[in-house]
Design a protein around this ligand. Structure first.
Ligand code: AP5
Ligand code: MG
Length: 216
């Protein structure tokens, strides 16, 4: 199973991916998460990337394609993977096609989670993320059992800098101009499914699983 999960910022890509990777035993490849981890490790790549991320801008295609290529070459990813937040430009989608054809592989499903802007803004402002394991919460929709503490690992929860309103608006506008065109890129391949992301976590997950069953 080789799945791509796409959708605007705050659509629920990460939340749904966390469940999918467990149920289907997939390697989770989230470019956003990889950049944040690299920053936490104090690496130059992470520092460079974070300057773009905090403002809500995209990291360059060249840097992003390189980290994905390296990650896909690791043994666990060559079998089954879930790409979360990559590709995010048509240039990246083309680069991914080259990588997959070199691996003699292709995508099983492209899951496009659809959510309206007003709902996205509410989700971003209330999101909290675990510093240690990256697990995602929401103050209203998915609160942790203990305030500011991760249910999964006991790590500290924080608010991402790019979840501030100006950065979110910039991310949404970049999504419209740079990322949305990818939907057309995948149309006609028989793998693209639109999922209504404006439902409960469980209902969205149920629809994704049904789509995966239909495609495999
Ligand atoms: P990334 O980390 O991928 O951020 P994003 O795409 O903006 O998406 P988010 O992680 O913000 O949202 P999500 O869809 O995962 O939603 P979540 O599940 O958390 O990328 C960050 C940055 O890195 C980018 O802006 C860019 O700068 C850079 N970058 C990354 N990849 C790149 C690439 N390929 N090329 C160039 N640059 C790249 O949910 C959001 C909130 O809503 C949570 O609080 C959650 O609990 C809640 N929620 C989710 N689903 C529901 C639901 N059904 N009901 C109620 N609440 C819900
Ligand atoms: Mg995410």
């Amino acid at each position: 199973m080789k799945i791509l999960v796409m959708g605007p910022p705050g659509a629920g890509k990460g939340s749904q991916s966390q469940k999918l990777i467990q149920d289907y035993d997939l390697s989770h490849i989230s470019t956003g998460e990889m950049f944040r981890k690299s920053y936490e490790r104090g690496e130059d790549l992470g520092k460079k990337a974070m300057a773009f991320i905090n403002e809500g801008n995209l990291v360059s295609d060249k840097i992003t394609n390189e980290i994905v290529r390296k990650r896909l070459m690791k043994p666990d990813a060559s079998r089954c993977f879930l790409l979360d937040g990559y590709p995010r430009t048509v240039t990246q989608a083309k680069a991914l096609d080259v990588m997959l054809s070199e691996m003699n592989s292709k995508l099983t499903a492209v899951i496009n989670i659809v959510v309206d802007t007003d709902i996205i803004l509410e989700r971003m402002v209330g999101r909290r993320v675990c510093k240690a394991c990256g697990h995602t919460y929401h103050l209203k929709f998915k609160p942790p059992q203990k305030q500011d503490v991760c249910d999964q690992c006991g790590g500290e929860l924080y608010q991402r800098k790019d979840d501030q309103i100006d950065s979110v608006r910039n991310r949404l506008s970049i999504y419209e101009s740079k990322t949305k065109p990818i939907i057309d890129y995948y149309k006609g391949r028989g793998v693209l499914v639109n999922i209504n992301g404006m439902q409960s976590f469980d209902a969205v997950y149920r629809d994704i699983k049904k789509a995966l069953r239909d495609l495999t």
